[in-house]
Design a protein around this ligand. Structure first.
Ligand code: SDX
Length: 443
């Protein structure tokens, strides 16, 4: 962060914009800041002080909320990188825990650093035994995301020794605890929902193997995790790790700006991710494919998606930043084919339908003109379903993987010297002042 901060300060004197208030003729000049990649930004921090006016940008379509060096998306080209490394290379050559280390430290680990990190994560994977009974307070048919929001929010009640956000060591422990415990929390939510005993993590398995083991194993027999499926799971985690200032990450940053403890902040991120416009889209894609049902009905749904008066949207399509193919969707589609081939699943109906939908949509002028392409959620559900996960677990898996992005962004914000509590303003459109009318004098 310090390096980027320095960069922002070094912009040249004439790197400015001047705003003219045509109502008063008043002019205000503001600095322009250059990052290492991406659009220049206008530093408007002094705008209200100098003009008495706010900017207005619902949905933050043109607003940068922070400086960050973790992830960069080039939406026009359709590329994504973490600390300079492209998602394609990381998905092919790295593994999820190494990407976690990269996001937490800004550099890839050497052998010793990776061994220490993996050892620590492995040994933080159990959760406090009393949390076991916490699950039993939920109905068996509770959505696993509801359980995850509740259990993660409750972690601060068990891990008081890593809630002091001003203590660097406690921040590191909390980060590692969250990354390590999410697979256990997620797997136990699934096991609870199907009435099976919760399976404890094992220290002889890697991160993705451990998760699949806790999902699939039972106390009745030995369960061997398939390495092909574990590799696919690990790659799916990598593809979901971090993604700039998306809605749930912005939620975590805003919660963290009030100095709330990290466990509470991540619980807020999980709640935001659940929405079908965001991380809940992977579950919504499968529901949409179910509703479409067959290729001969695709045309009518494309028509509905284009109809302004119809609230239906093509789930898994479109993105605030990508105006080209989401690079994660490409890797996800390849992984989808690999997993289905490995599982010997021929002519998977959802995949056939999804590919038909993608072909028709990406050739349709409405989608071309609006630059709507498949996003990360379009294919992920098909893979996860083929791997045996119920649709209710899809967003849980997204949240499990995104926890490293949320906590890395939270850590970057806490360590940002210019960080302050987030408190947006508004354009007020309510009543001007009016006197109170006693009840007996109202109409
Ligand atoms: C994720 O931000 C991130 O990085 C998120 C994420 C991450 O990793 O954190 O990438 C994960 O959330 C991916 C997105 C998953 N959501 C979906 O697949 C749900 C379907 N998609 C849409 O709801 C929508 O595309 C959003 C929410 C993803 C983006 O919405 P924007 O940026 O606010 O865009 P918009 O709604 O203003 O749409 C622009 C135009 C509109 O038409 P006009 O009003 O200009 O005429 O495109 C249309 C929209 O109606 N449009 C769609 C559409 N998405 C946008 N029309 C049909 N189907 C769609 N899917």
């Amino acid at each position: 962060m310090a390096e980027t901060q320095q960069l922002a300060k070094e912009t040249s004197e004439n790197n400015t914009v001047t705003l003219i208030d045509n109502a008063t003729g008043k002019q205000v000049t503001m600095p322009v800041l250059d990052g290492t990649e991406g659009p220049r930004v206008i530093d408007i921090r002094k705008l209200y002080q100098e003009t008495g006016m706010f900017t207005f940008d619902p949905g933050f379509t043109s607003t940068g909320s922070c400086e960050s060096g973790l992830t960069f998306i080039d939406g026009d080209v359709g590329t994504l990188m973490h600390c300079g490394y492209s998602i394609d290379e990381l998905a092919e050559k790295s593994d999820f825990l190494e990407v976690c280390y990269l996001l937490l430290n800004g550099e890839l680990p050497n052998k010793a650093q990776m061994e220490e990190f993996e050892y620590a994560i492995t040994r933080h994977s159990m959760i406090h035994e009393q949390l076991h009974s916490f699950y039993h307070g939920f109905r068996r048919d509770a959505h696993p995301m509801a359980i995850m929001v509740g259990v993660v929010g409750a972690l601060s009640a068990f891990y008081h020794d890593s809630t002091d956000i001003r203590d660097e060591h406690q921040r590191m422990i909390a980060s590692r605890r969250l990354i390590a415990k999410m697979p256990t929390i997620a797997a136990w939510a699934y096991k609870y929902s199907i009435g099976q005993p919760m399976i404890y993590p094992r220290n002889d398995l890697n991160y993705a193997e451990n998760f699949l083991h806790m999902i699939q194993a039972t106390p009745c027999e030995n369960y061997e995790v398939n390495p092909i499926l574990a590799r696919a799971m690990d790659r799916i985690f990598i593809l979901h790790a971090d993604h700039e200032q998306n809605a749930s990450t912005s939620t975590v940053r805003l919660a963290g700006s009030s100095q709330a403890n990290p466990f509470a902040c991540i619980a807020a991120g999980i709640a935001c991710l659940w929405g079908p416009a965001h991380g809940g889209a992977n579950e919504a894609v499968l529901k949409m494919l179910d509703e479409i049902g067959s290729k001969d009905r695709v045309g009518s749904y494309i028509k509905r998606a284009k109809d302004k008066d119809d609230p239906f949207r093509l789930m898994g399509f479109g993105h605030r930043v990508y105006k080209n193919y989401d690079p994660r969707a490409k890797v996800m589609r390849e992984t989808c084919h690999e997993v289905l081939d490995f599982l010997g699943i021929k002519d998977e109906p959802y995949l056939d339908l999804a590919m038909d939908l993608e072909r028709i949509a990406t050739e349709d002028e409405y989608f071309v003109e609006k630059k709507l392409y498949p996003n990360v959620d379009f294919y992920s559900g098909i893979i996860l379903r083929a791997m045996g996960f119920p649709t209710t677990m899809f967003t849980v898996i997204f949240a499990l993987a995104r926890t490293v992005g949320w906590i890395a962004q939270w850590k970057e914000m806490i360590e940002d010297p210019v960080q302050k509590i987030g408190r947006p303003r508004q354009l007020y459109n309510g009543y001007s002042h009016r006197p109170y009318v006693p009840l007996d004098q109202r109409g």
